[in-house]
Design a protein around this ligand. Structure first.
Ligand code: ACM
Ligand code: ZN
Length: 391
């Protein structure tokens, strides 16, 4: 259904396709040809293009948690995605620096978790919350362009904004917790032993189900140091009671319970892959993101029966600087356009070894991308290379 055939003759252009997506891709190709050749009096050359994608998954992630992205800007972002035949828009809706999804019954998400006092000491308050109507409008806008919108609710970590609003969800509640104003990781994880946590996520997932026709919910699962789970009396008791030997087993159990909760709505999870295939469950889809670990991640996930989306940060993190001398915040590797074009999602391995690789995914983390201009300045032109790597 993704394939198309575009034939151009002196009489005109003729497009056939295996399905709706193929037609959209063929139209995108025609638009690209027109844009490139508009200045030439001869117009588009005659010929035949037979085309289809290598992978079914070609995604881009934006990060409205770190800097809110208004609906109008998300639509502009989606227009460009469609032009380059991306088909998944991933919304990173929650993080330490902000929570952007309203959930009925939890008003402090809006009044507390969606706002922060400032950003990196700039003294300027920042905030934003989508309405469910705006998100539905985005979903429809993207669907018209062949793009599925994937929401992410990051658990159990990356949750200081939630902790500021609902400290009681965490192992050691801190009533003076504030929404984070700088970058960096957090030790705060939601406590799996508190019933109110499960009640909350049931409400979150129900809301997602009502807004997003996608059955996928990205659960994050990244960068969740388990020190506080280790110390928490409730967590300790639970591990002992269930005969769990360590916090990684507790993480596996936590993911399994989250997955069951999603399953009640017909939803399935995805995760950022943390290198330990044992904490996920066969059939799940994970994203390889950690630096220089793509090759081994392909093998380990294959062995564990997982599907893999290639988002390895040395190719796919498009907030990294793309030319020497562009600011790198002291740590980001320069990731050139050439480097992005070198991405092979299968890393030269055989089809037998990589049948579980579903595609490519680039991420634009936005701690340092305050608006659409900054976002597009970093994402392009490299996103074109990532799109091509997936096609
Ligand atoms: C990630 O970059 N923490 C997925
Ligand atoms: Zn706990």
């Amino acid at each position: 259904k993704d394939a198309y055939r575009l034939s151009v003759t002196p009489q005109g252009a003729h497009l056939t396709s295996g399905g709706r997506e193929g037609r959209l891709y063929g139209q995108a190709t025609l638009r690209q040809l027109q844009d490139q050749l508009a200045a030439q009096p001869e117009g588009i050359p005659c010929g035949v293009i037979k085309d289809k994608p290598r992978y079914p998954w070609r995604g881009l992630m934006v990060d409205p948690a770190r800097h809110f992205i208004p609906l109008a800007d998300l639509k502009k972002f989606a227009d460009l995605m469609a032009y380059y035949k991306f088909n998944k828009l991933h919304l990173h809706l929650t993080d330490n620096q902000g929570w952007r999804l309203p959930v009925p019954g939890y008003p402090r998400l809006e009044s507390v978790a969606s706002k922060r006092a400032e950003t990196f000491g700039d003294g300027i308050p920042h905030g934003g919350m989508y309405t469910r109507e705006e998100l539905k409008e985005l979903v429809a806008y993207c669907a018209d362009r062949g793009i599925e919108v994937i929401p992410e609710i990051d658990v159990p970590g990356h949750n200081e904004a939630l902790a500021a609003a609902y400290p009681e969800f965490f192992c050691f509640p801190k009533p003076d917790m504030k929404v984070r104003t700088v970058a960096g990781n957090s030790k705060e994880l939601v406590c799996p032993q508190k019933p109110e946590v499960w009640k909350f996520y049931a409400a979150v997932f129900k809301e997602l189900k009502d807004i997003f026709p996608s059955k996928i919910v990205h659960l994050g699962g990244d960068e969740a140091p388990t020190e506080l789970w280790e110390k928490c009396p409730l967590c300790r008791q639970a591990r002992a009671g269930a005969g769990m030997k360590d916090e990684q087993e507790q993480m596996r159990d936590f993911f399994a319970r989250m997955t069951s909760l999603l399953a009640k709505n017909g939803q399935t999870p995805q995760f950022w892959y943390e290198g330990n295939a044992g904490i996920y469950h066969p059939g799940e889809t994970v994203y390889a993101w950690r630096q220089d670990q793509a090759r081994q991640s392909i093998d380990k996930t294959k062995k564990a029966g997982l599907n893999l989306i290639m988002a390895s940060n040395e190719y796919c993190y498009l907030d990294f600087p793309q030319i020497q001398g562009q600011y790198n915040w002291g740590w980001m590797r320069t990731t050139t356009l050439r480097k992005c074009y070198e991405l092979d999602p299968a890393f030269g391995k055989s089809p037998q070894e990589t049948g579980h690789v579903r595609g490519v995914h680039a991420a634009a983390w936005a701690e340092h991308l305050p608006d659409l201009n900054h976002l597009l300045y970093r994402v392009y032109p490299r996103a074109m290379a990532i799109a091509e790597a997936g096609w």
